[in-house]
Design a binder for this molecule. Sequence first.
Ligand SMILES: [Zn+2]
Length: 181
Amino acid sequence: MTSPRSLLESSGAIRHGHFVLDSGLHSTRYFQAVDLLARTSVADVLFDAVAERWAGREVNVVLGANEAGSVMAWSIAHRLGAEPRFARKSADGYTLVGGAGIPEGPALVVDDITTTGGTARHLLEVVRSNGATPIGVALLATKGLFDVELGVETEVLVALDGMDAYDTADCPGCRAGEPVS
Ligand SMILES: [Zn+2]
């Protein structure tokens, strides 16, 4: 069976250029998760592998954010017999979308890819502020640049090699005067 790493790296979702990451850092490689989701059979295999790591655990709710994170939340919730919830970026962090709230009990936070864990950290706060208990974070991929320490059990499916992130002062794209995309 093809490994999750090979599937991700050959999915066409990793782009080369000059990018601004959610963290504010710049990079020359970018993982465009929605391009991965466009390949449903590949995404299915990866979501199976993520869900497998939480199988048998009590999970009431799976929370994700933005386009890819929300699709991932739905897909993982479906596999675990839990309810998906969705959040989006707001002025002061992330806000739950819809009127269903988050029921009490164990909740899992998911994110497609992270540099520093910022989105997951916000989503853990959304879970807690809604009175539920975060039992962990499932990450499809990290950039393998930092240890992502979130204070809860964290499962990373693939730590990608060769990703980069720079302060603007050190960014090769900025230095070359390339426009950001
Ligand atoms: Zn730059």
